[in-house]
Design a protein around this ligand. Structure first.
Ligand code: PMP
Length: 400
């Protein structure tokens, strides 16, 4: 049976060059904190990886902190920031967090904790029909008790690209208005799904905190990083041996970190090539889906990342279609892997689409560097087979 892996947004394949780069660490001795030669070699490996991630983001290496993934990086950014801020302002002082309504669960769930534990008021910034944050609303919502604004760089369900520069400008203006003695205000962005194809430069853009994940950028699972602008103070979540400049205690995941560094190096050099390749596949699949009678494709391709497409079939629910495609050897997703088991219908879809079929949910197809024309053709053919020729599916026209 033919098969196609089209779930890069849940986890992308590890680049073989990344795998190769890690092998030497697996065979090496030493704790990066040890003073002996073996320890120093491990420290050097971690520092080199830090430089690679910093180069990808065009930031200073010492502003990059390694974590166990983006979930931890997001927790550290939000809890760490508000915990530290609460230490400097009175318990009664109102503090507000504005988050886009389409954030990942590792942000959404944390906001509940912040409300309960630290008395932070949380308000949601709405999105438009394409799942793009409404900056007009952001501007209106930016009262003088707002201490953080959280807008993901690209959405993980429908791929909508967010107005990061405009958001950063709005925040910069508000900061200037507050003056040096005003309440601290930062812009946080989860860039996990943007890095595969977008140029992500937090410092140039005006983003103060930014999270990323290894297994969404051709590295392994279980490693990620948080960029923290100079001057932004965070309280650590984990305490221990003082690793990561005291921000994240615990012996470093050296194999994971080395792999992330290599993945970052490759991405920096090959992102443009990846983007062109993925863009072609994206256009082909969208054209194929849009020609189909019973299929609705969500999001405006001009305002989303190439490689993530969300669609809904009038014939069945997203969950059923995902299972049928799995039986046909095609891996897609009916929502975020991190939300599986909690909600069968994507909450993002419900935010942007109020049509009668919103409850049945759709399918997310995501692909990248190693995807081929054949994968896209395989998906289209499987959809034709599932819906029957009369279901409106036509060949997307990929090379045979
Ligand atoms: N943010 C986004 C947008 C994601 O898609 C994911 C992964 N589903 C995460 C955060 C969590 O990343 P990790 O798996 O590294 O914890």
């Amino acid at each position: 049976m033919r098969s196609a892996y089209l779930d890069y947004a849940a986890s992308s394949p590890v680049d073989p060059r990344v795998r190769e780069a890690v092998l030497f660490v697996m065979d090496s001795l030493g704790n990066p904190s040890s003073v002996h030669a073996q320890g120093r070699a491990m420290r050097e490996a971690v520092d080199t990886a830090r430089e690679s991630v910093a180069n990808l983001l065009a930031v200073e290496p010492r502003r990059v902190f390694f974590t166990s993934g983006a979930t931890e990086a997001n927790n550290l950014a939000l809890i760490g920031y508000f915990k530290r801020l609460r230490e400097t302002v009175s318990a009664e002082k109102p503090l507000k967090l504005l988050v886009s309504v389409i954030e990942h669960s590792s942000i959404r769930e944390v906001t509940k904790r912040l409300q309960a534990d630290l008395g932070v008021t949380v308000e949601k910034i709405p999105v438009d029909a394409d799942g793009v944050v409404r900056t007009d609303r952001l501007r209106e919502m930016l009262s003088d008790d707002v201490a953080m604004v959280c807008v993901m760089w690209a959405n993980n369900i429908i791929g909508s690209l967010q107005p990061m520069e405009e958001s950063a400008t709005i925040i910069r203006e508000e900061r200037e208005k507050r003056g040096v003695n005003g309440l601290s205000l930062v812009l946080m962005s989860d860039a996990v799904q943007a890095l595969r194809t977008e140029q992500v430069r937090p410092s140039d853009t005006g983003v103060d905190l930014l999270s990323l994940s290894g297994h969404k950028m051709y590295g392994p699972k279980g490693v990620g990083a948080l960029y923290v602008r100079e001057g932004v103070e965070l309280a650590p979540l984990l305490m221990g041996g003082g690793q990561e400049a005291g921000l994240r205690g615990g012996t470093e995941n050296v194999p994971g970190i080395v792999a992330l560094g290599r993945a970052a190096d490759i991405l920096r050099k090959e992102r443009e090539k990846d983007r062109a390749h993925v863009g072609k596949l994206h256009a082909r699949l969208v054209a194929g889906l849009r020609e189909s009678d019973g299929v609705t494709v969500f999001g405006d391709s001009a305002r989303s990342v190439p490689g993530i497409i969300y669609f809904m079939s009038s014939e069945e629910t997203g969950d059923v279609l995902t299972l049928k495609l799995d039986s046909a050897g095609i891996a897609v997703s009916s929502g975020s892997a991190c939300d599986s088991g909690t909600s069968k219908t994507s909450f993002v879809l419900q935010e942007i689409y109020s049509g009668p079929a919103a409850k049945q949910g759709g399918v997310r197809v995501s692909f990248g560097r190693f995807s081929t024309d054949e994968d896209i053709r395989c998906l289209i053919e499987a959809l034709i087979a599932i819906h029957g020729a009369g279901g409106g599916m036509r060949d997307a026209g990929g090379t045979r």
